[in-house]
Ligand binder design. Structure first.
Ligand SMILES: NC(=O)c1ccc[n+]([C@@H]2O[C@H](COP(=O)([O-])OP(=O)(O)OC[C@H]3O[C@@H](n4cnc5c(N)ncnc54)[C@H](OP(=O)(O)O)[C@@H]3O)[C@@H](O)[C@H]2O)c1
Length: 175
């Protein structure tokens, strides 16, 4: 099986069950690589995975190994990479130019790989508007702006329903 993984400058791969960054170029790369294939995914990753059209998603069964085939990709997360690492024939690593501190570190796969496994490296930047989707944006910055804005125009919003501000969710986009 093949595996595809993205790592940032601080060696993180996940934050709050999602990717810590937003990189359209890497998502495009992921889509091109995995298009039309079977994807084996860990339970935790599957919980917040966006729609993946034209791909068959298989959730890794707990406590047993899913029968591995050549046409299948392991797409993580950390525990799932570690579980299937011995079967990887190709490992495609995207290096994301991002410094976010996540909560899931990259798995240490290099020493566990079959020596015949081919490793491919790619380098991608994050999107310029990534800042607006970072987790701290919603709880800290948005209420501050909202408060300042509403205060500056008294009574103007009395008749309007409260506005619910959310950061751009990853799962609105198909990747
Ligand atoms: N950057 C990337 O390329 C990339 C790719 C994929 C995912 N990620 C990130 O990796 C992180 C997730 O990795 P992960 O190692 O935590 O998890 P994971 O590999 O996605 O899923 C495996 C985990 O799911 C649990 N699990 C399995 N079946 C379950 C069930 N029926 N009920 C409850 N839990 C179950 C397992 O618990 P037990 O060990 O107890 O069985 C195991 O800890 C996310 O942040 C995700 O965004 C990053």
């Amino acid at each position: 099986m093949k595996a595809i993984l993205a790592i940032n400058n601080k060696n993180y791969i996940g934050l709050n069950g999602e990717l810590p960054w937003r990189s359209s170029k890497d998502l495009k790369h992921f889509k091109e690589m995995t298009n039309g294939c079977k994807l084996l995914v860990g339970y935790n990753t599957a919980l917040k995975l966006p729609k993946l059209p034209n791909r068959e998603l298989i959730i890794d069964p707990r406590g047993e190994l899913y029968p591995v085939t050549d046409d299948m990709w392991c797409i993580g997360g950390k525990k799932t990479y570690e579980k299937y690492v011995h079967w990887f024939t190709e490992l495609h690593i995207s290096h994301i130019n991002d410094d976010t501190i996540g909560d899931v570190k990259a798995p240490d796969l290099i020493n566990l790989l079959d020596p015949a496994c081919k490793i491919h490296h790619y380098y991608f930047d994050v999107d310029w508007f990534s800042f607006f989707s970072l987790p701290y944006f919603t709880p800290i910055i948005v209420p501050t702006i909202e408060k300042a804005f509403v205060k500056s125009i008294p009574n103007r919003f009395d008749h309007v329903e409260p506005i619910i501000w959310v950061s751009l969710p990853t799962n609105i986009a198909n990747i």
